[in-house]
Structure formats: C-alpha cells, structure tokens
Design a protein around this ligand. Structure first.
Ligand code: HEC
Length: 268
C-alpha cells in the first residue's frame, strides 16, 4: 500500500505541475510574492467589494445584510469568524460562515437557495459575490484568537463527523485527508502538506484562509480549499454549503483553536 501511495504521489505531482509553477521558476515566484507584498495584498479589493455588498440593498426584499446574525448577534461582524462554525438556535444546526451567509441572503433578502449559492467560486471576468463577502467578514476577525464553541451537543457531533471524514479512506486511490495531512514534513513537490493533527500546523493552515491565490488570481475560501482537496483525493465533488463541508470545517477550525486569525492571506 505504501509503495502504491508513493507511486500515486508521484503521479499527482506530475499532474499538478501544470498548475504549479515548475521548480526552476520558484525564484521568479518568490520575486512575484515580494512584489505583491510590497503593493499590499490584492485580497483587500475583495474585502472592499464585500463590505459594499454587505451594505447594499438586494433581493426581492431590498434589504442589506447588516442585520445578519453571524453568531454574536444581528449585525455583529467583528470577531464573528473566529467563533465559527457554531450552533445556531434559529436553524437548530451547526453552520459555517458560508452556510450562514446563504441563510441570511435567503431570509433577509429573500433570495432563493439557487440565487444565494450562485457562483461560489469566481473566475476572471466572472467575480463571485460570495468570495467577496467572505473576504470582508473574515477580515473583521484579523488578529483575534480562534475560539470555536464546543458546548452544544450538535457542535460536538459536527466535530466528530468531521474527524470521521478526515480518516475515511475511499476512492480510486484509497486516500483519506489523513493520507496527505497527518504526517509531519510530507510534501508534494514544492508544496508542504500541513499535518492537521499537529496543533501549530493546524493553526497555520486554518488561520490563513481565505487567501488570494497568486496562481489563480482570485481570493479562495475554505470551501474552495476543501473542494480542491476532495478533488485531489478523487472523491465526488462536495455540494457547496453542505453539512458535510461544515462538519469538516468544524474539525479543522477546532484543531486551530487558540491560533491568531490572520486572513485573507496571500498564497501561491
Ligand atoms: C492527495 C493529497 C491530498 C489529500 C488526500 C488532501 N489534501 Fe489537503 N492539501 C493537499 C495539497 C497539495 C495542498 C496544498 C498545499 C500548498 O499549496 O501549500 C493541501 C492543502 C490543504 C489545506 C490548506 C493548508 C494551508 O496551509 O493552506 C487544508 C486545510 C487541507 N488541505 C485540508 C484537507 C482536507 C480536510 C482533506 C480531506 C477532505 C484533504 N486536505 C485531502 C493535498 C491533499
């Protein structure tokens, strides 16, 4: 099995090399990073657009999102993300930021589910409102310590489901998240794979999403990161905003507890 994994790792590395910049251009890449850092993080543009969307009337109800309750009371955005996912009494379920946002856009603005989940991931010329709003909300937790609540039984249950998914092996390669993310110092080509069972690795990984991806020219959310990892795992595409993603996120967020939140960040 181990040998097969090594073989598959090599195959994946070859496959991702089209996406990732080749090893020889790593220095160019670093130079590009420095340039971007000097100019500030482009994610700030997403944050600004997101704040505008948050405060702009929309939908059949012509309402803004300013009364959206992200867990700290209606309208409180500051620090909300550092305490998500969490249990919400009004829906009687644990929700992550993107599920909650979907809920607010449907209840406050009167959008249909289809409208509220439209284009979760943007592309050039086709920006995503969701990525922008998520950038704005998450930025409002910058500098705060992750403090994910775990007192409600449904919060505990979500964590346990997330943990189960993390170790669940299946698919063409018989991979689990744990195959790539439970070993120290594992890497695919230039990419270091965080050991999510290690506290400081988990904190570093979780507190730096969303991120402006230099390779994609877009801000990507945790939903997108997980979507991409499920794809690498050769699992079926997860449904956007599903309870499965929320449970997975709960596991990741809780493992990052105590880490200082520092995103939207800048990544390869
Ligand atoms: C085939 C290997 C593979 C599998 C399986 C896999 N991932 Fe990943 N994961 C990666 C790679 C590659 C990256 C990108 C690392 C980079 O670019 O620095 C990554 C990045 C991540 C990150 C962000 C780390 C950071 O510091 O930015 C998280 C969180 C993550 N994966 C979670 C998961 C979860 C949860 C699962 C299971 C659903 C999973 N991964 C399955 C390969 C994998």
């Amino acid at each position: 099995m181990r040998r097969m994994h090594q073989y598959v790792f090599a195959a994946i590395a070859a496959g991702t090399s089209a996406l990732a910049l080749a090893q020889s251009s790593a220095t160019d890449e670093i130079a590009k990073y420095r340039q971007l850092l000097a100019d500030g993080n482009p994610a700030e543009l997403w944050e600004m657009r997101g704040e505008e969307l948050w405060k702009t009337k929309a939908g059949p109800k012509q309402a803004t999102l300013e009364k959206c309750d992200l867990g700290k009371g209606p309208g409180v955005v500051k620090g909300a993300y550092a305490e998500l996912p969490r249990y919400f009494k009004d829906t009687d379920k644990v929700m992550d930021l993107e599920q909650r946002l979907m809920h607010c856009r449907m209840t406050l603005q009167g959008l249909t589910k289809e409208e509220a989940t439209k284009r979760p991931f943007g592309s050039a010329g086709n920006p995503s409102d969701i990525e922008a709003i998520v950038s704005y909300v998450t930025a409002e937790s910058k500098g705060m310590k992750m403090a994910v609540p775990m007192s409600h039984p449904k919060e505990k249950a979500a964590y346990e489901i997330g943990k189960k998914i993390f170790f669940h092996r299946a698919g063409a390669y018989d991979f689990a998240c744990a195959t790539c993310h439970s070993v120290d110092g594992q890497r695919i080509r230039l990419q270091e794979l965080p050991n999510i069972l290690n506290k400081s690795n988990a904190q570093q990984a979780y507190t730096t999403w969303p991120a402006y991806r230099v390779s994609q020219g877009e801000v990507r959310t945790m939903q997108h990161r997980l979507y991409d990892c499920f794809r690498q795992q050769r699992f079926p595409e997860p449904v956007y905003g599903s309870d499965l993603i929320t449970a997975m996120t709960m596991f990741l967020a809780k493992n990052a507890d105590g880490g200082v939140y520092n995103a939207p960040a800048l990544k390869r």
